[in-house]
Design a binder for this molecule. Structure first.
Ligand code: NAG
Length: 219
């Protein structure tokens, strides 16, 4: 099954982006995810290889339906934007919510009711702003049902950020050619860019640099 892990992982991800493409002079999205326990210190992210960086993950408190950040992530999340902007001032940062190990049932319950959705949306925007992020990314992988899918769409609309279509892929086996193929694939299909999970999965930035150079600079 070695090959299957090198294939695209097209994750349903609903990007709640504010003022994204329009205020950014670049019209490509070169995205990468980072999380604290990935083995790569926040300071060591080479943010020059990205236009957008995603800080993973904030989560839902199912009692209050508010967005929360675990105590061990507090410091790095609040320093995320200023740290990555040191090397690349125009880089945009996003607070990423949920992720693969999130409790899907709890998200499904929250998304069912207007009140709990509102609480989730309001607290998400508030927290993202408080911590200096430019936007939010709801990484709700494999919603459970068609109802969940509809409700997630409602959250997306209510928050009225812009949904965009990119492609996510996973860095694995350090295969340069595979990254090149994926980036060419998305570029050829007129998609807006790519997101890589995750930046610490790269060694010496070889894959991130390959991805960035393969797309090239487009203004
Ligand atoms: C997931 O969330 C549901 C609803 O809040 C809860 O009943 C359940 O115990 C949670 N599961 C885990 C593993 O925390």
């Amino acid at each position: 099954m070695a090959n299957s892990v090198t294939l695209f992982s097209i994750i349903f991800s609903c990007f709640l982006l504010r003022q994204l493409v329009c205020t950014n002079s670049q019209n490509v999205i070169k995205g990468g995810y980072w999380f604290k326990n990935s083995g790569l210190a926040l300071n060591n992210i080479d943010s020059t290889l990205f236009t957008h960086l995603f800080c993973a993950f904030a989560d839902l408190n199912p009692q209050s339906n508010q967005l929360i950040i675990s105590p061990e992530n507090q410091d790095s999340f609040s320093q995320f934007t200023s740290t990555v902007q040191r090397k690349n001032p125009p880089v945009k940062t996003f607070l990423s919510i949920a992720g693969g190990s999130a409790n899907k049932t709890a998200y499904g319950i929250m998304a069912r009711q207007p009140n709990s959705r509102k609480s989730f949306i309001d607290s998400s925007i508030r927290l993202a702003r408080q911590l200096g992020f430019h936007g939010l990314d709801l990484d709700w992988e494999s919603p459970l049902s068609a109802t969940d899918m509809t409700n997630i769409g409602t959250i997306d609309k209510h928050i009225f950020f812009k949904r965009i279509i990119c492609i996510s892929f996973i860095y694995i086996h350090h295969e340069i050619q595979s990254v090149r193929n994926k980036v060419n694939y998305v570029k050829d299909r007129g998609l807006l860019g790519y997101f890589a999970w995750h930046v610490a999965g790269d060694q010496n930035w070889v894959l991130s640099r390959t991805a960035s150079q393969t797309w090239g600079v487009s203004f």
